[in-house]
Design a protein around this ligand. Structure first.
Ligand code: GLU
Length: 333
């Protein structure tokens, strides 16, 4: 009886490994690399969408960039295309700022002071603040994200920024810099975000000085990353909070689950439901053209392509990640 049971398990493992060779560690290398190569070929001529232009510096970025990177919990990194080209992280930063706020203050504060529901509305929606009694609703849309910065420890802009930037560096496993032209450009044109912060403040849903926290938020969005950096940063989430390259725990595993949950509800803004339905991976986009997606325990993928759809999500990065996720049978649902 026992022997039959063991035999069944052995056969099941064998079947699973053969049916999904991308799951097994050793054959993963050629498979993931060839999937990235195929993805690049398939989408290299895709030209739909257009660069964000409400931040003038983003309109100037070469729209043809296309970078693909996958990082695994084993520390393996696979790349294709323009993976070393720096670009601004934009809203993908919100994921890591949320992680820091949770680590500093505990996860409940996000529920109590920000919210974790989807808005179903645009990333910078003021209507969402007016429609919801709780005002800010989610840390991955602008209102909740700027308010999350206001929760972070630090008395002034410099002290907040030094902790936050060092936190990002830990995820990237290198010192990141700020694209000063993007920072200047966004600072000169971020009246809308200022209005959001002031409005939240008027509803007592902002937890510090508007100028200071808006400046830190704008700076975090202007951090320069490469596609490869983003895959490495996201691989910490894929590895349950431990950095695959340093073996250091950066986040508790409970907080990783919560961050991934919020990425699922709002990572692609008003298209998050459609994304979950189609792709089935927690993800986060940025108007700089990057998107990260996480397959817990298996891999993190990052794609950079600056042309966006109407919701502010990179068109080609969505297509590429969808294709990669299908090839790797990664839908978590
Ligand atoms: N810095 C951008 C803003 O606040 C981020 C938006 C995004 O990447 O979706 O408008």
């Amino acid at each position: 009886m026992k022997l039959t049971h063991s035999l069944i398990i052995f056969v099941q493992v064998l079947v699973l490994t053969c049916a999904s060779p991308a799951l097994a560690k050793s054959p993963q290398k050629p498979i993931i690399q060839s999937i990235l190569d195929d993805t690049y070929q398939k989408f290299k001529h895709e030209e739909s969408g257009k660069n964000a232009d409400y931040i003038p510096a983003l309109a100037k970025v070469d729209s043809t960039y296309f970078g693909l990177a996958v990082a695994t919990p084993h520390g393996e990194i696979y790349t294709k295309g323009d993976v070393n080209q720096p670009f601004s992280i934009q809203s993908i930063s919100k994921v890591f700022t949320l992680a820091l706020a949770m680590e500093q203050k505990g996860p409940q504060i996000i529920v109590d002071k920000i919210g974790v529901n989807a808005t179903g509305l645009a990333f910078n929606s003021v209507t969402a603040i007016e429609l919801n009694k709780a005002r800010s609703v989610n840390p991955l849309v602008n209102a909740g994200a700027i308010a999350t910065v206001s929760l972070l420890d630090g008395k002034n802009e410099q002290s907040k920024w030094s902790v936050l930037s060092a936190w990002y560096d830990n995820f990237a496993n290198r010192k990141l810099s700020v694209l000063e032209d993007v920072y200047e450009s966004e600072s000169e044109t971020n009246g809308h975000n200022r209005a959001i912060a002031e409005l939240l403040s008027s509803y007592n849903r902002f937890y510090g000085d508007v100028d200071i926290n808006l400046a830190v938020y704008t700076r975090q969005c202007s951090v320069a990353v490469t596609t490869k950096d983003l895959a490495v940063m996201a691989s910490v989430l894929a590895n349950n909070g431990v950095h695959p390259l340093t073996d250091k725990r950066l986040m508790s595993s409970e907080n990783v689950s919560r961050v991934l949950a919020v990425m699922t509800t709002a990572g692609l803004y008003e298209n998050s439901g459609q994304w979950a339905y189609q792709v089935g991976l927690p993800a986060k986009s940025g108007v700089g053209g990057g998107i990260i997606a996480v397959s817990p325990g298996r891999f993190a993928v990052a794609v950079f392509s600056p042309r966006l759809d109407g919701a502010g999500n990179s068109v080609r990065a969505q297509q590429a990640i969808n294709f990669i996720a299908e090839k790797l049978h990664a839908n978590i649902f």
